[in-house]
Design a protein around this ligand. Structure first.
Ligand SMILES: *Cc1c(COP(=O)(O)O)cnc(C)c1O
Length: 373
């Protein structure tokens, strides 16, 4: 699927530290994909490991209806960094579930069913989120999907405005499309999305599962457009690898606690990992680092001859390449010990841990220059 398979030379990973992964044969790899943006604060960050160890000794799990300090603290931290008046935090176990919750809440609060999503969107693979996802490959064999989803061209304000009406429960958008090829939306597009949803009473959902928590050089990718959504979904880097996601919503679409839930959601152990991860992002100024190292990385990439197009924000970067991305990724891994990801067939995607510095950027660009030549 999205990952690339090492058919000739499997790399078996044994350990990780900072932006590096080490294989069983002792080779060190620079992980410029952060294992799908999960290792945002670096692999096995000592603070996160310590928080998990301590929590494991105290309490692995207790049902969600009992207040637990570590879970409560995570909710408060997420509410504090969420934009505007988004303060109601629902925890879940994966990105797709965070989107399911947002869509359920929007339907319930509006009493409507139509959801507008964008071409090339990726929102997950459970039945509801899958219906919002665009690519046929993910949906084939699973029809009929959840109903009443409409797709419109991405970053086309007029097409979006035409599709949103009084029957629309929600518009769900990635401020920068990730799986769809690293495609940033214009400010005008996000502002139009805000205007047309406000006018029609629909909820605006921003899926920041890949773009959130500092990756783009701001806490949230949509921030620069100066709009506040009604719901925000967060996952990938939140728990440094433990399964945790969040749907942060405005009061008007917040549901009653009895209407949605999941046994494992926000368990003490994942809450400890996520709380520690958020603390590291703040303590190590990783949002600022993503902005400065990301800017440096992108300016160096733009100066290369070979790529046709370099897109992204901060440390979420797509490089349009010829002849298929996987071929280049394999060379990067095997010849240069740099792990990156594809984003569609012709895009090499870099989304490294937010702890990388300019030397890691240099190493990656120099290797790419050779590989792409
Ligand atoms: C990865 C991703 C998802 C799905 O998250 P899972 O944890 O794999 O379910 C949803 N939306 C976006 C933008 C993503 O990048």
């Amino acid at each position: 699927m999205n990952g690339f398979v090492f058919s000739q030379k499997p790399i078996e990973i044994e350990s990780g530290s900072g932006p590096y992964l080490t294989s069983t044969d002792g080779t060190e790899y620079l992980d410029m994909g952060a294992s799908y943006a999960v290792a945002s604060v670096g692999h096995s960050h000592p603070d996160v490991v310590a928080a998990v160890q301590q929590q494991a000794e105290e309490l692995l799990f207790v049902q969600g209806s009992y207040p637990v300090a570590v879970r409560q603290a995570l909710r408060e931290k997420l509410a504090a960094i969420a934009p505007g008046d988004l303060e109601d935090v629902w925890l879940a176990n994966s990105g797709t579930e965070a989107n399911e919750a947002a869509l359920k809440f929007a339907r319930h609060a509006t009493g409507r069913s139509k959801i507008v999503a964008a071409n090339r969107a990726f929102h997950g693979r459970t039945m509801g989120s899958l219906a919002a996802t665009w690519k046929g490959k993910y949906k084939q064999g699973f029809e009929p999907l959840a109903g009443d989803f409409v797709h419109v061209p991405y970053d086309d304000p007029e097409a979006l405005a035409a599709a949103v009406d009084e029957e629309t429960a929600a518009v769900i958008l990635e401020p920068i499309q990730g799986e769809g090829g690293i495609r940033p939306a214009s400010t005008e597009y996000l502002q139009t999305a805000r205007e047309v949803t406000a006018e029609t009473g629909a909820a605006l959902v921003f899926d920041e599962i890949q773009t959130g928590l500092g990756r783009t050089g701001t806490m949230w990718a949509h921030e620069t457009a100066g709009v506040v959504p009604d719901a925000l979904t967060v996952a990938k880097g939140l728990g440094s690898g433990l399964p945790v996601s969040a749907t942060v919503v405005a009061d008007w679409i917040a549901d009653d606690p009895g209407n949605h839930g999941s046994t494992f959601s926000g368990s003490p152990i994942v809450a400890a990992a996520a709380g520690a991860t958020l603390d590291v992002i703040e303590a190590e100024s990783l949002v600022e680092n993503a902005a400065s190292v990301g800017g440096y990385l992108q300016s160096r990439l733009a100066a290369l001859d070979e790529p046709r197009d370099v897109r992204g924000e901060g440390l979420l970067v797509g490089i349009e390449v010829k002849r298929g991305a996987n071929r280049h990724l394999k060379h990067l891994a095997l010849d240069h010990q740099i792990l990156a990801l594809p984003a569609g067939r012709t895009v090499v995607r870099l989304l490294p841990p937010l702890v990388v510095d300019e030397s890691h950027a240099d190493e990656t660009v120099d290797a790419l220059a050779e590989v792409l030549a």
